[in-house]
Every structure is written in structure tokens, then in C-alpha cells.
Design a protein around this ligand. Structure first.
Ligand code: PLP
Length: 410
């Protein structure tokens, strides 16, 4: 680590929210006071034991944490190399890791006296998690969702409405996640007093990337304890692997290990139909360039004029055209490695996981698993890989059925 002049990866970002040249807060003058207020309140909350006591109580009794760390014995045997553990975050209430973060932001919102929660959503997973926690606390919830996504993700739109949320279809731009986030930011500026903006990944202006990471870090902290219990005191994983949309589940797994140089860290982006000039993918690090979007500087999918391009992936949860700024920094410093996996490779991993482990994974972590399948066979048997199983696949069975040519109407 010393060769980059970096003493601790875990102590970042700096006061302005910069991870090296990435991150920061590129926001309008009207938004700045809200951002500074949020930062002050979060800085206070994160050192308050009562705040974390409330989080842990809900993580335990509402979400179902700690999620198990599971030795995937048949998968390990099948691949014939490294010992594979799955962190079972797909067992959380609402079926993914999103709720870890939503709880943190909404407990903070309540402490700030906010009564109206807004959120952006793409595939609808973050919208559902936000609507869930708002219902639990009796808070008004408004979810911005691209009009195109509203059509594609009807079951999640219905879930949000059942949970009492108002879903606002966004028609600006291309009517997808990027545009929904822009509209949510606009809403926030016009409802200053009562509204809290709950962002779904490690993106947005400072303090969001660091705050969301802190809430998701429960994943990696649990892995540290659980692996020591199962493999012996002090045993660290050798390799960590996680799928990346915006990068929150990955940051949650990675962060507690950033200052352990023996731990190799790999983020897996969605390669769609392949990372080439046709841009049918959403691998921001492998196929993008630095720029500014949604209040921070990071790697983005963009054309030659700097216009943001739409991501493409079989997995709706991975098609954010950017990536959290901390990942951009970990990439450029070399602390973490980033690879991409195609739709077809992810589909193969999806089926293997069903057949060998009796776990139907979401398509997002199927990307991570596909990379594990590539590297595990060549690693020794005492090499430990921990992969984040960040979501369950119930939501994806229709997509998979279509790709496998299975007629659901029979
Ligand atoms: C939303 C989602 C993702 C992508 O978000 P990150 O912020 O990159 O974690 C990945 N997997 C699942 C299951 C999701 O719901």
C-alpha cells in the first residue's frame, strides 16, 4: 500500500468526500446546504452508540442478520480448486442486500425529523426495500422510476404500491435509472424541509458513497467474524468476489478488508453481450472513462461528446452507467481488480448454482459466480474464496426462462 503513499484505504474519503481524484460533491448551490446538513447529521449519528444499537436491533429482528456464511461444498468439489464460501445476503428480508442500507438512511431520516422519503429505482429492488421500511415506520414514500423501467418491471411496481409508496414514472431523457436519479435530486431541492433522499448505491454526492458503504459494511464485518469461527482464529479470506452495479454490495464486502494486503479483491461488472465498441454492456470501469454524473466524479459509460450512454445487461440491477467513486479509486490504485462477465456466462453460473447448491441466485451475483468458476479451478484447495450472494433469483426466473426457451405458460 505504501507505494501509492496511501496508509489506509479504510480511512477514506477526505473531508470533501474525495477518493483520490474521484468522488466529491458536484452539486448546485441550492443542493449544497442539504448535502452539508446531511453530512453533519450523519457524522454525528455514526459515532453515536444508540444509532448503531437501533440498526443492530432491526438488522437482527427485521432483516434476519447475520446472514450465514455457507461453505458451498458441491460447487467447491465440482470446480476442483479453491474452497468456496457464499455470503448468504439473499436471505435478507426483501431478498437482497439493499435493505441493509435503506434501514440506515431511514433511521437517520427519522432522527433528522424528516417525514417524506424519496428514492430512485431501476429494476425496482431499491424502491421495494425503501417502500418496505417506510411502511414499517409510517413514512410517506415517493419512488422515481424511469417510464421504460415501470413497464419492464411491473411486479416490483405493484409491490411498491402494495407497500403504500407512490411510484412516479420518469419520462425525461431515456426514461431509465439515470433519469430517475436526476428527477429525485430535483425533487429534493424543491422539498427542502420535510424530505430525505434515500440513494440505493454507493453513488451520488458526498456523503452518500461513504455512508452507503458504511451501512453495507456489515456484510464484510460478519464475514470476518464468521470465517474466523469456521476456519480458525485470524484466518482471512484469500479472495473476495462480488458483482457490481453501482457497487454497494461489493463495497460492503470489500471495505473491512481493504487494509489487509493479503486479501485479493475482485469486482465483477456486467459485460452484457461483450465489452467491445458496440457498447452492449455496462462495465463502467472496464469500458468507460472518468467524468461527472449525479454529483461525483467517477468512471462512466459515455460517448465521445461526454453524453452518458445507457448500460445494457441481462440483469436489470446492474445497468447503472456509472460506478461508485471508491471503486474507481481502488481500480486506479490497483488495490482491487475489476473484470467483466457476459450475459451467457452469468446464465451458465445461474444454472450451475441451482443444480449443485439448491440456491436460485439473482442474475447479479450469477456474474460474480461466473468469475469464481473461472478462477477457482486453478487455485489450491487451501485457498479461500468468499463470494457475496447478494440477492435471490425469484425476480429473475421469467428472464431466465425466456433465454433458455422455456414456455412459462405450460
Ligand atoms: C441492486 C442490486 C445490485 C446492484 O447494486 P450494487 O449497488 O452494485 O450492489 C446487485 N445485486 C442485487 C441482487 C441487487 O438487487
Amino acid at each position: 500500500m505504501a507505494e501509492d503513499g496511501i496508509n489506509s484505504f479504510m480511512n477514506s474519503p477526505d473531508e470533501q468526500g474525495r477518493f483520490g481524484i474521484f468522488g466529491g460533491r458536484f452539486v448546485s448551490e441550492t443542493l449544497m446546504p442539504l448535502i452539508l446538513d446531511l453530512q453533519a447529521r450523519y457524522d454525528h449519528a455514526k459515532t453515536d452508540p444508540e444509532f448503531w444499537a437501533e440498526m443492530h436491533d432491526l438488522w437482527t429482528h427485521y432483516v434476519g442478520r447475520p446472514s450465514p456464511l455457507y461453505h458451498a461444498a458441491r460447487l467447491t468439489e465440482h470446480l476442483g480448486g479453491a474452497k468456496i464460501y457464499l455470503k448468504r445476503d439473499e436471505l435478507n428480508h426483501t431478498g437482497a442486500h439493499k435493505i441493509n442500507n435503506v434501514l440506515g438512511q431511514i433511521i437517520l431520516a427519522r432522527r433528522m425529523g424528516k417525514t417524506r422519503i424519496i428514492a430512485e429505482t431501476g429494476a425496482g429492488q431499491h424502491g421495494v426495500a425503501t417502500a418496505t421500511v417506510c411502511a414499517k415506520f409510517g413514512l410517506k414514500c415517493v419512488v422515481y422510476m424511469g417510464a421504460h423501467d415501470v413497464e419492464r418491471q411491473a411486479p416490483n411496481v405493484f409491490r411498491m404500491r402494495l407497500l403504500g409508496a407512490e411510484v412516479v414514472p420518469v419520462t425525461s431523457g431515456r426514461g431509465t435509472l439515470k433519469d430517475a436519479m436526476n428527477d429525485a435530486l430535483r425533487d429534493w431541492v424543491t422539498h427542502v424541509r420535510d424530505t430525505f433522499y434515500c440513494i440505493g448505491t454507493v453513488a451520488g454526492p458526498h456523503p452518500y458513497p461513504a455512508m452507503v458503504r458504511d451501512f453495507q459494511s456489515i456484510i464484510g464485518k460478519e464475514v470476518r467474524t464468521q470465517l474466523a469461527e469456521q476456519e480458525g482464529e485470524g484466518r482471512l479470506p484469500d479472495t473476495l468476489v462480488a458483482a457490481i452495479g453501482g457497487g454497494s454490495n461489493a463495497m460492503g464486502l470489500f471495505h473491512p478488508f481493504l487494509d489487509d494486503p493479503s486479501v485479493r479483491i475482485i469486482g465483477v461488472e456486467a459485460g452484457g453481450k461483450g465489452v467491445d465498441e458496440t457498447m452492449q454492456h455496462c462495465a463502467s470501469l472496464t469500458g468507460g472513462r472518468p467524468g461527472v454524473l449525479h454529483g461525483n466524479r467517477t468512471y462512466l459509460l459515455q460517448d465521445e461528446d461526454g453524453q452518458i450512454l445507457e448500460g445494457f445487461s441481462i440483469s436489470a440491477g446492474l445497468d447503472y452507467p456509472g460506478i461508485g467513486p471508491e471503486h474507481a479509486w481502488l481500480h486506479d490504485t490497483g488495490r482491487a481488480q475489476y473484470v467483466s462477465i457476459t450475459d451467457n456466462e452469468a446464465l451458465e453460473a445461474f444454472q450451475l448454482c441451482c443444480a449443485l447448491e439448491g440456491i436460485i441466485p439473482a442474475l447479479e451475483p450469477s456474474h460474480a459466480l461466473a468469475h469464481v468458476m473461472k478462477i477457482a479451478p486453478d487455485l489450491p484447495k487451501d485457498h479461500i474464496i468468499v463470494m457475496n450472494m447478494c440477492g435471490r433469483g425469484d425476480k429473475d426466473i421469467f428472464t431466465v426462462a425466456k433465454h433458455l426457451g422455456f414456455d412459462m405458460k405450460i
